[in-house]
Ligand binder design. Structure first.
Ligand SMILES: Nc1nc2c(ncn2[C@@H]2O[C@H](COP(=O)(O)OP(=O)(O)OP(=O)(O)O)[C@@H](O)[C@H]2O)c(=O)[nH]1
Ligand SMILES: [Mg+2]
Length: 315
């Protein structure tokens, strides 16, 4: 039995995905009910075991009586579609009809306002539904992981032993985004060495709002065998509590609203600009498109400044 609220949420998420304007009014109504969910990002290279780990996190969190929302962000390449279906199977098995779990995948293709904003919107939906923890799984290649870092309270980087060339990139990723490192496939022999090597590095995260640092813990897990999962949840919770001891956590909330604001402004301006009839302008844009563009933007900024609004240039 699917409850009405789940049905509403599912419909709203589809509207968000398709950029249906009406969704924004509903989201605005949800906002006062947001802010209590703990947001966890799971990222890492393809095949690291993120989905398997998410499935075991669901099980662990449920055994602690905590409700869970999951957003699986599907990279746009068609080849990943099979993997995604596999992901969903694994997660659905973990959820198997449990009303305390709500899982949605988001296709990164063609979300009009951009994927990061859509993920933020869906996080709000799950937050307003009362989910205690919302997990966002993305493949950490390129931009995805940086954007997720701005969405989650705690980013778990899933590391796999024996990745060779990827190691350096992973290490860069640790310093940039990881709050907690999970060395997955701990059942494989190489895992212990990877854990030792990473623990020797003492990665830290700087609280952007206060003069203090968080030492990034490295936890060995086996998602497949459900080992180290309770410990990992403990570390995620430790980090979440740490963010509450300064303005760090509210800074994360600010970043999420900022991403939504910017995404919408960008989308709206793009639509407005597309409807401009350049032939009605003087021909300056034909001779020097950049200078004409600069002048055009300056005019808009000036118009805002003239009426006392904070200008775009007011940085
Ligand atoms: N030995 C071992 N294999 C694992 C473990 N966790 C996941 N795997 C295997 O690794 C493969 C990839 O797992 P996924 O969970 O799909 O990895 P993913 O990071 O979600 O992959 P993408 O979403 O495609 O990027 C699967 O064959 C899993 O069975 C583990 O703890 N130990
Ligand atoms: Mg996956």
């Amino acid at each position: 039995m699917v409850s009405d609220s789940v049905r509403h949420a599912a419909r709203l998420i589809t509207q968000i995905e398709n950029g249906v304007p009406a969704a924004r009014a509903v989201l605005a109504e949800l906002l006062p009910h947001c802010g209590s969910a703990q947001l966890v990002g799971i990222t890492g290279p393809p095949g690291a075991g993120k989905s398997t780990l998410t499935a075991s996190l669901i099980k662990e969190l449920r055994s602690q009586g905590r409700s869970v929302g999951v957003i699986a962000v599907d990279p746009s390449s068609p080849f990943s579609m099979g993997a995604l279906l596999g992901d969903r199977d694994r997660m659905l098995e973990a959820a198997s009809g449990d009303p305390g779990v709500f899982i949605r995948s988001l296709a990164s293709r063609g979300v009009p306002g951009g994927l990061a904003a859509a993920v933020n919107d869906v996080v709000d939906v799950m937050d307003a539904m009362g989910k205690d923890v919302v997990i966002v799984e993305t493949v950490g290649v390129g931009q995805g992981e940086l954007e997720i870092a701005k969405i989650a309270h705690t980013v778990v980087l899933v590391f796999v032993p024996g990745y060779g060339d990827a190691l350096q990139a992973m290490k860069a990723g640790i310093t940039e985004i990881a709050d907690v490192v999970a060395v997955n496939k701990g059942d494989l022999a190489e895992a212990s060495r990877a854990v030792q090597e990473l623990r020797g590095q003492d990665y830290v995260r700087h609280d952007p709002t206060a003069d203090r640092t968080w030492v990034v813990p490295v936890q060995k897990v086996s998602a497949l065998r459900n080992e180290g999962i309770a410990e990992l949840v403990g570390l995620i919770d430790d980090h979440y509590r740490f963010t509450a001891q300064s303005a760090w956590r509210s800074e994360i909330e600010r970043n999420r609203r900022h991403a939504q604001f910017m995404a919408f402004v960008t989308e709206r301006l793009r639509a407005e600009l597309a409807s401009i009839d350049l032939d009605a302008f003087d021909a300056g844009w034909l001779r020097d498109p950049y200078a004409a563009a600069e002048e055009f933007v300056t005019e808009i900024v000036k118009a805002r400044a003239d009426r006392g609004a904070v200008g775009l240039a007011a940085k």
